[in-house]
Structure formats: C-alpha cells, structure tokens
Design a protein around this ligand. Structure first.
Ligand SMILES: Cc1cc2nc3c(=O)[nH]c(=O)nc-3n(C[C@H](O)[C@H](O)[C@H](O)COP(=O)(O)OP(=O)(O)OC[C@H]3O[C@@H](n4cnc5c(N)ncnc54)[C@H](O)[C@@H]3O)c2cc1C
Length: 524
C-alpha cells in the first residue's frame, strides 16, 4: 500500500459507490465487506488507520462476561443474544487473522466459597452459550492450582480461582490487516485525509459529494459517491451534523485507561479478571506481548482527539494490581499507558437504569438520515466489527441503493498476513536470514506470512537487521516496511501502531524517534 498511489487512484475515480469516513475497526470492516460485494469503495481517515479508539482497547475478543451477568440479572434477552453473537464472532476473528490473535486463558481469583460457586456457574454458562465455538472448558480451580497458573498472586486470602477462555488481538495491526485486505480487493484507502464538507443535490437534499483535505500535503479533493457512510466512532455526531444540522446528538463517550507493566510482574501466560472493583468496574491484568496490560477504567468524559492517561488513573489501576499481587508494584515501574473513548449510543443511555456508563450494552445501530441519506453506524465493540459492517451494508442495499442485498461473505475472508500462516515458519527465517529466534518469532507474530517481505529489505542492506533497541526484538527494516508498504506517514504511525513500541515502552520509543524521523524524511 502506497499513499501516492492511493491519491492517484482517488483522483482517477469519477464516482465511488460508497465513501466511508473513519478507518477504525468499523470503517475498515465496512470497506472490506463492500469490496467483497463488488462495490467501488473509498475509505478515509483524518488520522491514521486505527488512530483513535480502535488501537486503545483492552485487546480482548470477547462475548462480555459482564454483559452476560447483566443479562441474567435483568432477564434481558436482547443482551443475552448480543453475548451469543459476540461469542460467534470471537471464533471468526481468531480464525481470520491467526498471526494477530490468540486464545487467552483468564482466571477470576475467588476469596470465599460463595464467589467460587457464583463465578463457576457464570463461566460455565458463558462456555455453554458459546456452544461449538467454545475455546476450551472452564474450570473451578483449587487455591494450589490457581497459584500454579499465577504464582505472583497474593496467597493469603485466596480460596480458589475460576479459569475460563476468551481471545486476544493486536488491535492496531488487526485494523491495518482489514484495511490492507480491502485495498487488495480494490478499495482506495487514505489515512490523514479529513472529511470537511458535504454538497447536496438541490432537488432532494441527498448527499452528492464530499470535500476532503489531505492533511499531509495540504491538498483538497472533491469526492463523488452514491453513498456516504459515517463510521467515525466517538466523532459520529460531528459528521451527522455536517450532513444535517437538524440531527440531535446520539453519542456519549466513556473514557477507559490502561497501564503497561513489565513482564516480571506476571510471568505466566494466564490473565486475571477482577470481576468487581469497589466502584463496580471490571479490571483485567493481561499478559500482552512482552508486557502486562492492566485496565480499564470506565467513566463519562468529553470528546477529545488524543485523550492522555492521567496520574489518578495510574494510581487507581496500580491500587488493584497491588491488592492482587504479593510483590508491590510501584508507579515508576509503569512502562507505558494509554486512554481511549468508547462510542456509546444515547438511546442506550436513556434506557439504562441510570446514566452510569458502566451499565450500558455496547451494541450498535445503523441510522439512515431520511433526507441526506447519510448512513451512520454507531456504538458496538471491536469483537463485533464484522457484524456491524454486515448490518450497515445490508441496510444500504435495502434503504439507499434500493437493490437486492448482495450476500456478505466476509466471515471466511482470511486477512492480510493470515494466508498460509504457520507460527513455526520463524525457524526458516532464522536459518534463511541469520536473525535471532526472538526477532524471528516477533516478526512472524506481527506480519504473519508477510514477515519474509520485511526481511527481504535486508537483502541488499544488511544493517537493516540491526535491532532498534537491545531491549526489544524490533529491527530497523520494520521502520522502512511501515513507511513503504503500510502507509505509515508520521512518527506515531510507525512507533505507536505499525510497530506498537510506544504502547509497550515509552522511554525506548522516545529514544528511537529521531531515527524514525530521519527514515521518514528520506522516504518521503
Ligand atoms: C478503553 C477501551 C477498551 C475497550 N476494550 C475492548 C475490548 O477489549 N474488546 C472489544 O471488543 N472492544 C473494546 N472496546 C471497544 C472498541 O475499541 C470500539 O468499539 C471500537 O474500536 C470502535 O471502533 P470505531 O471504528 O467505531 O471507532 P474509532 O476506532 O474511533 O474510529 C473512528 C475513526 O474516525 C476518524 N474520524 C473522525 N472524524 C473524522 C473526519 N472528519 N474525517 C475523517 N475521519 C474522521 C477518526 O480519526 C477515527 O480513526 C474498548 C474501547 C475502549 C475505549
């Protein structure tokens, strides 16, 4: 994928069938699905692919244990169905990008007999609902067994643990893989391109074209399209307002923060689910690449471009880490952290018992504005991105194009890098390119079957095999690959989302910034 090439394609296209604004998980999913149904697609984002919420998630592919609890307590059939659907999607997400996902074992530590029974019943139900898509059997573990899985846990008050399974994904790269697959299928994709203003047909008020600005070069373009889709997540109201000033706001954002800790805090491969904090939240402590990810918080917030992790969030999350771990973890051990904004629908807010964002269902809705025909897809979660895309396109066929629905086939689409993927191939890379096991395994997990393409860059330039920093397995070739093949255009595109180094280790990431900046200048 090359940015200049995408701009040339955009300029050469008189009219798109569908122009999607927002290239997070939702917009990327719609782009891929639409190309598979034979539509001419443009996907734009004012920042990077997955630059907002879609790279700030807890990185779980899940049905939502907490939603199941709410469904049972409130006898809410809709919520129950949502959990079931998400669990089905869990299998699809795992299958379609095996290099970027993995099944994840989680344990809920229990402190008395009642908790043990309660969570065992809950997790058995979760497993039962997932049916044939169950990853593995949930189990009630003794105290000793629990400590075998997670020796770092405080043993004193622990009485038992409940083991269950969900999935984990590399969210930023998963979104990129969807975009790459859409592009390979014919979509034009452009990051750092902002939607500025719609033009409408004078007779019926339907959207006709969109002015966009290339924020890297500064050029403006006018895009003609039969359909415009608003997939801007937390920013959905601003695009709805751009299409029609009469539309009332629908989105409320809820803030979620995470901290990243060194692996020595929790060495094994099993995560911890804290099912209820003092203020009714759920917190996960998850082995994540070479680190441990802890989160998340959940509180109403104002819409902003780049929410930053705050000191009170660091303290809050560490307080829970220290309640569960024998060895005290201190603030200076935090390697990195990030915050994101969940796009929650207003209708859910009104129907919720109170306006507390923790009690809302993360479900989605497709809205078609009667006059402008702007299609807005709102709400949802990462796990259901493909279903959101399917629902959006089905509605577009029915309500905007007024045509028979072309069937969605994205369920079986293996994503970029997932084709012919075998983790064991890292051994061939070690042999062929004379690199360490550590780097080879890292490359295979990040790029899947395309890891070889990264290493081919070193054929004529051996120094590109050098590590960016001795503490991490990333090599210099990855920076060039990100720029030349993955449309990374800024330092953050490279370090935060293509490599993911900034989310793992802020100090090291800062130290390699000048190198990345230099490579960016040479390649632009
Ligand atoms: C803290 C947290 C933890 C979460 N954890 C999980 C989890 O573990 N599992 C799970 O399934 N879900 C999780 N979610 C939910 C999930 O991350 C989101 O539902 C999902 O990422 C939303 O994707 P999106 O594409 O709708 O929005 P976004 O990813 O925010 O994408 C919207 C895009 O629109 C672009 N945009 C906005 N305005 C314009 C414009 N004018 N022109 C062009 N582009 C524009 C933005 O730049 C942005 O990239 C979590 C969410 C949060 C906040």
């Amino acid at each position: 994928m090359n940015r200049q090439e995408q701009i040339s394609k955009l300029q050469a296209t008189k009219e798109f069938d569908i122009c999607i604004i927002g290239a997070g998980a939702t917009g990327a999913g719609i782009a891929l699905d639409a190309t598979m149904r034979g539509l001419k697609v443009l996907l734009i984002d004012k920042g990077d692919f997955a630059g907002q919420t879609s790279s700030k998630s807890t990185k779980l592919i899940h049905g939502g244990v907490r939603y199941l609890e709410q469904a049972v307590k409130k006898l809410d059939w809709e919520q129950f169905k949502m959990v079931r659907k998400s669990l089905r999607e869990r299998e699809t997400l795992l299958k379609n990008a095996p290099h970027l996902t993995r099944p994840l074992a989680l344990i809920t530590p229990c402190f008395n007999l009642f908790e043990g029974i309660y969570y065992t019943i809950g997790m058995k139900m979760y497993e039962w609902i997932s049916g044939s898509q169950s990853i593995a059997k949930s189990e009630w573990l003794s105290k000793k067994e629990t400590l075998n899985f997670i020796p770092e846990l405080k043993a004193k008050r622990l009485s038992s643990g409940v083991l269950y399974y969900d999935g984990q994904l590399d969210d930023a790269r998963y979104c990129l893989a969807i975009v790459q697959s859409a592009e390979a299928n014919g979509a034009v994709v452009l990051n750092h391109a902002e939607a500025l203003k719609f033009s409408k047909n004078e007779d019926n008020g339907k959207l006709k074209s969109l002015n966009i600005k290339d924020l890297i070069v500064g050029n403006e373009f006018t895009i003609n399209s039969r359909v415009f889709v608003n997939a801007t997540g937390p920013f959905a109201d601003s695009i709805r307002k751009m299409a029609s000033s009469k539309l009332k706001p629908r989105i409320k954002v809820s803030r979620g923060a995470h901290v990243v800790l060194p692996r020595e805090v929790m060495k094994g491969d099993t995560a911890i689910l804290v099912p209820k904090t003092d203020d009714g939240r759920v917190i996960f402590m998850i082995p994540w690449q070479d680190q441990v990810l802890v989160g998340t918080t959940d509180e109403a917030d104002e819409l902003s471009e780049n929410p930053k992790l705050e000191d009170y969030e660091r303290t809050y999350l560490l307080e829970y880490v220290n309640r569960y771990f024998e060895k005290t973890v201190t603030l200076d051990q935090i390697k990195s952290g990030f915050a994101g904004l969940r796009p929650l629908l207003q209708a859910q807010l009104q129907t919720a018992m109170n306006s507390d964002t923790k009690s809302l269902v993360r479900d989605h809705e497709v809205e078609i504005d009667r006059r402008s025909k702007l299609v807005s897809i709102m709400g949802g979660k990462w796990t259901t991105y493909r279903l959101m895309a399917k629902d959006t396109l089905d509605e577009i066929y029915k309500e905007v194009l007024k045509k028979e629905i072309v069937k969605c086939t994205s369920e079986h689409q293996i994503l970029h890098g997932g084709e012919n993927y075998h983790f064991e191939d890292w051994q061939n890379l070690v042999y062929q390119y004379n690199i360490s096991d550590w780097t080879a395994q890292h490359l295979v997990k990040k790029y899947g079957s395309k890891a070889k393409n990264v290493l081919q860059l070193t054929d004529n330039q051996k120094d590109l095999k050098e590590l960016l920093n001795p503490e991490h397995p990333f090599i210099k070739a990855e920076v060039i690959y990100a720029i030349q093949e993955e449309m990374a255009t800024t330092v953050d595109d490279v370090l935060e989302r293509r490599l993911g180094l900034k989310l793992r280790d802020e100090v090291v990431s800062k130290a390699v910034e000048p190198y990345v900046q230099e490579v960016l200048m040479k390649n632009n």
